[in-house]
Design a protein around this ligand. Structure first.
Ligand SMILES: [Zn+2]
Length: 434
């Protein structure tokens, strides 16, 4: 298809269905079949059968707009009722967040759908020497997903994973000596690594690509790269453990603007199940890849966004991500549910009420401080018990703190932090520290 024709078709699509963003054009026959399959799977869950009973068949985007949106709990129920199996090789389960007591999961076949990503996003090539800096383990998917991408690129790759601060210099010098051309990680890790390199005077002259996934880009990394690796440009992937990679961007794109993959349909502006105005910019996702294991049909992740034009010159409408709207925060690349975490802490004997404070430091470090207001006078050992409840759970945010014990601080206080104007005590306070 010529570029002009594609552009015209997409303009037409936006006029008729302004809320939908599709990497190709209208729904194909294969898409229609996929949506029918997803509806069947959701109806097979007794808890969801009623909601989807009158839905379908869906043969157009306007009919798809009438399909109810689904939330995280709906997907987890459907996955628990009928755990998916890949058609060939292994079926992998990864952790996508949730509370310390009940991790939410997403399934993927071997390969983690990275062929389509590689075909649409040339971040690495066979000549690259790539360092995978996403932490591995505890069922987090990013590290493995990017390795699957490296398989398609045919590059040389090193699995470094998470580094502790006192290891940075030695590893950075090794990367320089090995003429590393590409490095990937969450932006909070990238900020720490390149900030350290800048401070230590270590240069990576061969670095040309910095891959990011898991958090919004931090423009302060650009300042570090200008000194450490002036030839390096950022390449981003956007998605979640349930949807897998939804969209990508290149160095020519705005850092918060994304181009959906052909098999990923994004709807912008669903009002949420209760139709409240605050939720009007919620995104929902439909995975049209016939091999997709998670039944992702108008799935709301909690991210908000809007349709925009990208400065890269790609004529297709692009997606600007505006951040989260659902009480989840990204802390060191992991989703932390503020309300669930406070409920956990509130369940520790001796705690009357708690509050989370995120301290963001100029060097890119972040510390989560839990303020615990005791219910009685006896506070001995209370901070340790709170700490154990969060860091010792094995699930949820504990992953972050097992790797970075200093990133969690527990303080027993006489009073929580209130808003002076309203007197309200917010669940979460964010502080920028110098
Ligand atoms: Zn672009």
């Amino acid at each position: 298809m010529s570029e002009t024709r594609l552009e015209t078709r997409l303009e037409t699509q936006l006029e008729t269905q302004p809320g939908f963003l599709l990497g190709t054009a209208e729904l194909t026959d294969a898409n229609v079949e996929r949506i029918a399959h997803l509806l069947d799977r959701l109806r097979a869950d007794p808890g969801l059968a009623g909601r989807y009973a009158g839905t379908g068949p869906v043969t157009s985007l306007s009919e798809l707009a009438g399909v109810p949106v689904m939330r995280k709990d709906d997907l987890q129920a459907a996955l628990a009722a009928h755990p998916p199996k890949a058609a060939a090789a292994a079926t992998w389960i990864f952790q996508s967040g949730g509370s310390t007591g009940s991790p939410q999961v997403g399934y993927a076949p071997t390969g983690l759908y990275m062929r389509e990503v590689y075909e649409n996003w040339p971040a690495l090539g066979p000549d690259d020497v790539f360092v995978n800096g996403w932490s591995a383990g505890k069922m987090w998917g990013a590290h493995f997903l990017v390795n699957a991408y490296a398989d398609h690129a045919g590059c040389t790759a090193m699995n470094v994973g998470a580094m502790t601060k006192d290891e940075y210099s030695a590893w950075l010098e090794f990367f320089a000596k090995r003429r590393v051309t590409a490095f990937g990680g969450t932006p909070s890790v990238l900020r720490l690594v390149f900030g350290h390199a800048r401070e230590a005077g270590i240069k990576l002259p061969d670095l040309r690509a910095v891959l990011f996934l898991g958090e919004a880009w931090d423009p302060r990394i650009d300042d570090d790269l200008a000194v450490v690796a002036p030839g390096a440009r950022r390449w981003g992937m956007f998605g979640s453990t349930e949807t897998w990679v939804v969209a990508t961007n290149t160095p020519e794109c705005a850092y918060d603007t994304w181009h959906p993959l052909p098999s990923q349909l994004v709807h912008v502006g669903s009002a949420g199940q209760d139709g409240s105005v605050e939720e009007e910019q919620f995104l929902d996702f439909t995975t049209l890849n016939p091999e997709g294991l998670n039944p992702i049909l108008r799935y709301q992740t909690g991210d908000a966004g809007e349709i925009t034009a990208c400065p890269c010159g790609d004529p297709r409408p692009a997606l600007k991500i505006l951040g989260r709207r659902d009480g989840l925060i990204k802390f060191r690349g992991h989703l932390v549910n503020v309300a669930d975490t406070l409920a956990e802490v509130g369940g520790v004997p001796g705690v009357a009420k708690a509050q989370l404070v995120v301290h963001e430091y100029a060097d890119g470090n972040a510390v989560l401080e839990v303020l615990a207001l005791p219910s009685g006078a006896a506070t001995e050992g209370l901070a340790e018990r709170v700490r154990d409840r969060i860091a010792g759970a094995g699930f949820g945010p504990s992953i972050v703190f097992q790797r970075n014990p200093h990133a969690l601080r527990v303080t027993v206080v006489d009073a929580l932090l209130g808003n002076e104007r309203t007197g309200k005590i917010p669940n979460l306070v964010t502080r920028r520290e110098s």
